[in-house]
Design a protein around this ligand. Structure first.
Ligand code: SF4
Length: 242
């Protein structure tokens, strides 16, 4: 099992953001905004259900150069509301803060999708963000079963605490795969989120697109039935299912 902190120490330093993919127009990645999505290369975690496994490696970015993305954005001022940094894990790249500043300087709002692997880095960039989509994967004690990384739960919940205190608009969401997140685990997670003051929680059914794990891609019964959703809503934040 890997350790997130040691991975961060051994990561090579890149001066410029490494882009693994780019979507010029999206209406679904920043609520109420038309956004371009920059998929950042690299992630310290190894979730079996990852639908962007090609973005996990720190090297081998397949997307456009960051300078070309900025040049494209220069031509879209007034036509686009926001730029969302997604991944991979955007905070795996020290160049993220400068990239957010460059986007904001061009007049775009800034969105961030993160799993919270780097709490201190998240705290530093939160003042640059207008909206954050935060993926919470499991009850804190169960995190490594999904991410395969020790202490990932502590990092994620520390990040969630920073986000909750920041005043930045955000959404907390959980991908549900019955082999990785049981009904019992979801109930525990609902209580943990309620204890932290969360009022709204989005549950996303696992989608097989892009997932590299054949066992997880195989059909499974949906556990998000009315009975479980009722129990979750009674024990935790208001639940929305996507
Ligand atoms: S944290 Fe996200 S990008 Fe990283 S492995 Fe997990 S699902 Fe994939």
């Amino acid at each position: 099992m890997r350790n997130a902190a040691s991975s961060a120490r051994t990561a090579p330093a890149y001066a410029e953001l490494r882009v693994g993919g780019f979507v010029p127009f999206s209406a679904t990645d920043f609520p109420g905004a038309l956004a371009a999505v920059v998929f950042c290369q690299g992630c310290p975690w190894r979730c079996g259900y990852c639908h962007n496994p090609h973005l996990i490696a720190r090297s081998s970015a397949q997307g456009p150069a960051w300078a070309d993305v900025l040049a494209w954005l220069d031509q879209r001022r007034g036509l686009l509301d926001a730029v969302v940094f997604s991944g991979g894990e955007p905070l795996a790249q020290p160049a993220l803060a400068d990239a957010m500043d460059a986007v904001r300087a061009r007049g775009f709002r800034v969105g961030l999708h993160t799993g919270g692997a780097y709490p201190r880095r998240l705290a530093r960039v939160l003042p640059r963000a207008d909206w954050v989509g935060f993926d919470v994967k499991a009850p804190q004690a169960d995190y490594a079963a999904t991410t395969t990384v020790r202490a990932s739960g502590a990092a994620a919940f520390m990040s969630l605490a920073h986000l909750s205190c920041s005043g930045v608009a955000h959404e907390v969401r959980t991908t549900v795969h019955p082999l990785l997140t049981s009904a019992e685990a979801l109930l525990r997670l609902a209580r943990e989120l309620a204890q932290r003051g969360l009022r709204r929680w989005v549950l996303q059914r696992f989608r097989a697109t892009g997932c590299a794990d054949a066992a997880l891609r195989a059909p499974h019964a949906d556990i998000l039935d009315d009975a479980l959703l009722g129990r979750l809503a009674a024990e935790g934040p208001a639940v929305e299912v996507r």
